[in-house]
Design a protein around this ligand. Structure first.
Ligand SMILES: *Cc1c(COP(=O)(O)O)cnc(C)c1O
Length: 452
């Protein structure tokens, strides 16, 4: 194992290549389909939205894809990100478990998202693109792309889900600081947005709607492309720097995880941590238990259907096979805005179908309880999304205590919560509730799945 990992890192301990799980999958991923013909799409079908370098990564089955030096030069500002052992949390829980966390909150925008925003901006600039459009939930992705755009001289336009736009004004201010333009979605600026506003003027928005708006704008101009912060294969690929560094860092600590935990919105931070370890397992190395934790109010992996669906509400995207709650599903406005997406990454969905990962869902109050416990022990205040992963790790550590066994648990602490203090204030004031979606709304959204 040792040599397998070390040659992947350069002298600054930064990975030289991204790790592509597609190379080691026992069963290939189902193809992406054209929504009209229902036939597999080709690279040309994606060209209006993405530069060819990213499309090639999207469909690649090559195991290692070199990280361009200009991207690594930016990564070096905060990578390798630290891996900590949570000794004080272990003591507090009185558990024999060894809890480790990989901390992605050290990036300029405070989460794992710049790991993909930077290469996406880079490849678009190389392709001569002048402007990128995107959606954002909690604002983590929007601010990450805004940051990356400012580095590579690309204009960024962000459609921000209305409920988060109102809940998180400071994220919007950060995007504007980096020079991006931020618009509440649904907006009157696009056909997709106007259609929704006509029937529901106070619509809280959803990632699915914001994606439709961003895609619509990008598809209209040759110098404008679209960037997605999760779900797609190339996004998950870029995040694998997280797991590769963790492999090497744990080797320094002379340990190896028995259990990996990550929260899942679209699946990218979870994949970034887990895929390099799953790769070791799939190539005949050590096995790991991998746990995806999702919000009970938007439970695509645990309650969704594994089916072909659109990535957006306005049905402008190709069809991908994934765990989905239906593209018209609007989750309630809980505080982990980054986890409010109707679908799960096709690669993560595929792994769940193959039985290579597990999934569970938690309500938000128990997650905030875990996040506060973590902050009081370790000092780092997790993002509301990350609280789901922390809850999962604490539950596993408590199980170790019950069973009297010491296991190593590695959790992806995917971001800090410094822009999410309103959520914490609401939690301390007893104003936060566990929200549930309407079963009838889920049934209706699932009934609308395209027939393939
Ligand atoms: C965006 C975000 C998520 C959810 O997205 P994934 O693609 O599932 O990682 C989770 N945590 C944080 C901090 C985020 O910014």
């Amino acid at each position: 194992m040792t040599s397998q990992i070390k040659y992947l890192l350069d002298e600054t301990h930064l990975p030289k290549a991204w790790y592509n799980l597609a190379a080691d999958l026992p069963v290939p991923l189902p193809p992406v389909l054209h929504p009209g013909t229902k036939l597999p799409i080709g690279p040309a079908d994606l060209e209006p939205l993405f530069p060819m370098a990213l499309i090639e990564q999207e469909v690649s089955t090559v195991r290692e894809i070199e990280i361009p030096e200009p991207v690594r030069a930016v990564y070096r500002q905060w990578r390798p990100s630290p891996l900590f052992r949570a000794r004080r949390l272990e003591q507090l829980l009185d558990t024999p478990a060894r809890i480790y966390y990989k901390y992605e909150g050290v990036s300029p925008s405070g989460s794992h998202k710049p790991n993909t925003a930077v290469p996406q901006a880079f490849y678009n600039r190389e392709a001569g693109i002048r402007k990128l459009t995107t959606e954002t939930g909690a604002g983590q992705w929007g601010s990450s792309l805004a940051f990356a755009g400012s580095l590579f001289g690309i204009e960024v336009q962000v459609f921000m889900v209305r409920v988060s736009y109102d809940q998180k004004p400071y994220r919007r201010a950060l995007m504007e600081t980096y020079g991006a333009r931020c618009i509440a979605s649904p907006s009157p600026e696009t056909h997709a947005g106007r259609t929704i506003l006509a029937s529901q003027p106070n619509h809280p928005g959803s990632l699915g709607i914001a994606i439709s708006e961003a895609v619509e704008v990008a598809a209209q101009r040759a110098d404008t492309k679209y960037a997605l912060g999760s779900v797609l294969n190339h996004v998950l690929l870029h995040q694998t720097v997280v797991g590769q560094e963790a492999l090497a860092q744990l080797e320094l600590a002379d340990d190896y995880p028995d259990i990996l935990v990550g929260c899942t919105g679209g699946g990218s931070n979870f994949a970034g941590l887990a895929f390099p370890f799953l790769g070791v397992q799939l190539r005949g190395g050590r096995k790991v238990r991998v746990i995806a934790v999702e919000p009970a109010a938007c439970p695509s992996l645990t309650r969704g259907k594994y089916a072909y669906d659109f990535g957006d509400t306005g049905h402008l995207t190709p069809l991908v096979k994934m765990h989905t709650l239906g593209s018209t599903f609007t989750p309630p406005g809980f505080h982990a805005g980054g986890l409010r997406y109707h679908g799960m990454a096709p690669l993560v969905s595929h792994l769940a179908e193959l039985g290579l990962i597990e999934a569970r869902a938690y309500h938000q109050l128990r997650c905030f309880e875990a996040g506060v416990q973590f902050a009081r022990a370790e000092g780092i205040l997790p993002a509301p999304e990350a609280n789901h992963a922390v809850r999962g790790a604490i539950d596993e550590a408590l199980r170790c205590k019950e069973e009297g066994v010491s296991r190593a648990i590695l959790v992806n602490l995917c971001g800090h919560g410094h822009f999410d203090m309103q959520a914490y204030m609401d939690y301390f004031a007893g104003k936060l509730r566990d929200l549930s979606y309407e079963e009838s709304e889920l049934a209706m959204a699932l009934a609308g799945l395209p027939s393939v």
